[in-house]
Design a protein around this ligand. Structure first.
Ligand SMILES: [Zn+2]
Length: 536
């Protein structure tokens, strides 16, 4: 997710509407006990007790000077490569993750199985422009979408406006026997995440109406250049019999020019993918550093192990995967044991709808009250730029002081944004701080779910820094003398999510568990309905 998977559509959408991007950075509502008044440079020693501080110094040394993260990422990229959830390569990645955790020295290393509603295997995708000129088009199928007739199909191209799907869905008969080119005309009439949700309905309707295929990426939006396709899922745990194809920006732009010139466009498409008959097995990979004082209190540190399959998934999310392993290793090699347990989790099935983290929260329901939150890295290949605390504004002041103490490594901001783009979401819904380590990754627009998502996109020094920041943050949270966070009651979480404009989006995807809770709080989300909101 980011980006949704939505995680990930949001990236394209965020870039599309980058001018409109607004990250909430709320002032703390209450003055916390631990907020010092000094400037950051003078405060580090006051942020932690002395033993935590000296542990962090050792962990930083291990993380920066002895990092194996890039070595691990090279292995994951070259020895395993693409690892679509529940595929044989994905299972190989699970075995690799378990072996790595054991070799590093984590305790209680084990897989935690869960099921994906359906498996999917990419076959072939071909498209040829027949009129007004004859040439090959560069396409790849979107994940969990279907196939054309075995020999392919020919049809005329008609456009549909992503920004006005309400109108497009009124007259679906016009799509019968046609290939639909998704375009953006005018201004979006609703929040882009709601467009993302509605695009799924559009695809289903177009399929029922006899369309041959759709050219459109996640949310129906256009690819980012250069000559790259971007695959991805089109909803949470949703599959579509109709083939949906990501077309390169360059090819799409040419088709748009033909449309503008009033030329008739004919294409031939042949797409062959396969679905499993029923649900398929997969697993999260789990290992721990047990706490020395409160082992039953747990911080989850995670990233997703699954990837897409147009390349190696080095940036999404091999990067996060090896940050988790490298962070565990830095803490273990420092010889320090935190007061509370750090549980390292390589989530699976993130790209299909945060399936692994939802499964984790469900499987650990009985001990969620003992959780401190989760800490996730999944925003591409760039340096960490901010900690998004998952709606927990109560934690911002203390966290800011900690973040300030990292300034010799990197300036990292703190805000209380709730992100459902990645495996933070299920923890946020559980009332816990799902902390997203947001990154400055301008090139992610190209590597995201594309053929460019390879090891070459990752810089070893940035990876070592991000690993170290993850290790230090995890240790700081788990080693605080006082417990870092307890779950909020559902009503408070619901009100926070409404205030952060997440209600409509979560509701549209069937992920809103709170009913009417929080509705009596000032619901600002309706105001967001008419403007692009890229907070997701
Ligand atoms: Zn990801």
């Amino acid at each position: 997710m980011r980006r949704i998977a939505v995680m990930t559509v949001a990236l394209q959408i965020a870039l599309l509407f980058s001018a409109a991007r607004a990250v909430p950075n709320k002032a703390p509502k209450e003055a916390p006990k631990e907020t010092p008044k000094e400037t950051p440079k003078e405060t580090p020693k006051e942020t932690n007790d002395e033993s935590t501080r000296s542990a962090l110094v050792k962990i930083a040394g291990e993380g920066l000077l002895e990092s194996h993260s890039f070595e691990y990422l090279t292995q994951l990229s070259d020895d395993i490569g693409a690892r679509v959830t529940a595929s044989p390569q994905n299972q190989k990645a699970v075995e690799w993750g378990l072996a790595k955790m054991r070799a590093i020295g984590l305790e209680n290393v084990h897989p935690e199985k869960f099921q994906l509603w359906r498996g999917w295997t990419r076959g072939t995708a071909e498209a040829d422009l027949l009129d007004p000129v004859h040439r090959h088009l560069r396409v790849d199928a979107m994940g969990w979408t279907g196939s054309t007739a075995p020999a392919g199909s020919e049809g005329e191209v008609v456009t549909a406006n992503v920004f006005n799907l309400d109108e497009e869905m009124k007259n679906p008969q016009r799509f019968s026997g046609k290939v639909i080119l998704m375009v953006t005309e005018g201004e979006p009439k609703k929040d882009v995440m709601l467009i993302f949700a509605q695009f799924g309905d559009f695809v289903k309707l177009a399929g029922k109406s006899g369309a041959i295929a759709i050219f459109g990426g996640q949310g129906g939006f256009k690819s980012e250049g250069m000559n790259l396709t971007h695959t991805g899922i089109l909803g949470f745990d949703t599959d579509f019999p109709l083939p949906v194809l990501s077309l390169t920006e360059e090819d799409q732009s040419q088709l748009e020019r033909f449309v503008a010139a009033g030329k008739k466009i004919r294409v031939r498409v042949n797409v062959q993918n396969t679905f499993s008959i029923g649900p398929v097995d997969t697993a999260n990979v789990v290992g721990e550093i047990r706490g020395r004082e409160h082992p039953d209190e747990i911080l989850v540190v995670g990233a997703h192990l699954d990837s897409w399959d147009l390349s190696e998934g080095a940036t999404d999310n091999g990067m996060g995967t090896v940050c988790v392993l490298g962070a565990a290793e830095a803490i273990l090699r420092s010889g320090q044991r935190p007061r509370r347990t750090i549980r390292f989790v390589l989530f699976n099935g993130e790209e299909e709808g945060l399936d692994g983290s939802y499964a984790y929260v469900k499987q650990h329901q009985a001990e969620m009250a003992n959780h401190l939150g989760d800490l996730v890295l999944d925003e591409g290949q760039g340096p960490v730029k901010e900690f998004e605390l998952g709606g927990r504004d109560d934690l911002v002041p203390a966290f800011q002081t900690f973040a300030d103490s990292l300034s010799n490594i990197r300036a990292v901001k703190v805000n209380d944004k709730a992100s459902f783009d990645t495996d933070t979401g299920p923890f946020i819904s559980a009332g816990l701080p799902g902390i997203n380590m947001n990154q400055d990754s301008p090139d992610y627009r190209y590597t995201h779910h594309s053929a460019a998502d390879a090891l070459e996109a990752v810089k070893p020094d940035i990876l070592a820094q991000d690993t170290t920041l993850m290790a230090m943050t995890a240790y700081w949270i788990a080693d605080r003398p006082e417990r870092f966070a307890k779950p909020w009651p559902a009503k408070k979480t619901a009100a926070m999510l409404r205030q952060q404009h997440q209600y409509e989006f979560l509701k549209a995807f069937g992920l809103w568990p709170f009913g009417d809770l929080g509705a009596d709080s000032k619901d600002q989300s309706r105001n967001a309905n008419n403007q692009p909101n890229t907070d997701n």
